[in-house]
Ligand binder design. Sequence first.
Ligand code: ARG
Length: 577
Amino acid sequence: MKLSVLQHYKQTLASALADALSCPLTEVEKHLKPAEEAHGDFALPMFAWAKLAQKPPAQLAAEVAPQVCAPGMEVKATGPYINARICPMPFAAEVLLATKQQGENYGAGTSGAGKTVVIDFSSPNIAKPMAFHHIRSTVIGNALANLYRSQGWKVVGINYLGDWGKQFGLVAEGFGLFGEEAQKHSMQHLVEVYIKANAKAEAEPEFDAKARAFFARMEAGEAKALALWQELREASLLEFKALYARLGIHFDLYEGESFYQNKMEGLIEEISNTVGTRLSEGALIVNLPYAEAEPPVLLKKNDGSTLYATRDLAAAVDRFNRFGFDKCLYVVAADQSLHFRQCFFVLEKMQKAWAPRLTHVPFGRVHGMSTRKGQLHLLSEVLDEAKTRALEKVKENIAQGKIHTEAPEELAEQIGCGAIVFGDLKNRRTTDYVFEWEELLSFEGHTGVYVQYAHARALAILQKAAESGSPHVDALSFAHALKLPEEQSLLRWVARLPQLVEEAVEQNEPSFVARWLLEGAAAFSRWYTLGNQDRSKRVLVEENPPVRSARLLLVEAVCTALGSGLRLLGVFAPRRM
Ligand code: ARG
């Protein structure tokens, strides 16, 4: 496996420490961690070894530190720790070279080579309102797909549409009462019909029974019922696809619940033959001791129709048979934890050796999401609103001379979509957050546009330099000129991405990358505004050509890193702002 610059230093240090301590490498690796900034880059606490040597940790640290021979690093004892700080050179040159060589792919790795991950994400319900959780699933799932792919995984992104179930009965029966033929192909209209029909079904059991009966006819394969379902499904799908295109999101497969309609009997048979099934009040359930399976896992209702869990079980089996995945992720709201626990449990009881490879990747709720018009129903409405609001900001900024663009509409679209995507991904997946327009679209806050702006800014600096005819310079001969502390910390920031992406993949946590982007954008802007006070600190400092060249290389590295990070998250990076 190819190591990144930082990983390389870490490894060198770990072996040097293991030598000095005469202990296995794995022991050192277990304890070695990033240091607090004031103390360098890495820290090894001496407690475990001190115990063995029966010496105070600080004494041991002081004895061992001078014996650690780690090239390119300065090692010293600080209290009970051995700290190591990476020397400015050749580190700076290595970082600059790595970004130059990898360009757009900076941050890529090979830890997933030869492995397959199935990612089930977005998965909205057709003809039902698109709720907040589909937005979250869409952006988190897409970021995860990018992150896994960047580490060499083969990714199979599946949109498991909610395209089967009683809601079609509601829409179909409701259409006669509330629908308008001319609007039959508008998703918005179908959602309105659904909402009315749903309310009616709640108030009138006979209507509810009709809806159920319609769905039962679909499951029985009645041509007329299926034809209507097909028509509604296709209309909705067209709109979803337009939306995904707008966000630059791609699915390898659209395989919704309906895909499993004729695979259910086989599954139920397999469950009967392995775990066993039984009837309970007319419904077919998995035969598990009550306490284990509480509440019981239903496979069929008493009218014979199948359920969400039945279809998910069939889908898991089918996906493993087809893709032989090493991991299968379900990017679905935390509300559905019980559902997935139950499905995974049943598969385990069916002796599926791969059941432990299934992972529910849950996420929290979004509060306060509404437009000026009121409650939100469709993701497209959120995006439209984001664009409208972004356009206002863009116009303000143009008027103040802060941004320059010939295509304000297009820029507003990129900023608007970026705000929604980034605004979601910067939060830890499992925490709830409050959706606030002002906060999402601030040019100075923890926002997507702030990072986009830093990236465009870096590009603009590079372009300006190119116009004034900067000679091509090579990193090795100039990197030593990066002496400012701000430059050293920017280099460290750039160097962190590869490791960070690995961690984001391990923990299915895109927020790691988002937070890193915010840090970098802030560090970058601190650095390039230094020149406002002190001319010698200007990036394009004319009177000192070697420093100017070195700084340009750093801008390029930062630009590459910001661009890679944004791309991994699925946020557009406008070239000009
Ligand atoms: N359509 C479901 C919903 O809206 C989400 C599906 C998630 N994926 C899955 N395999 N169950 O709640």
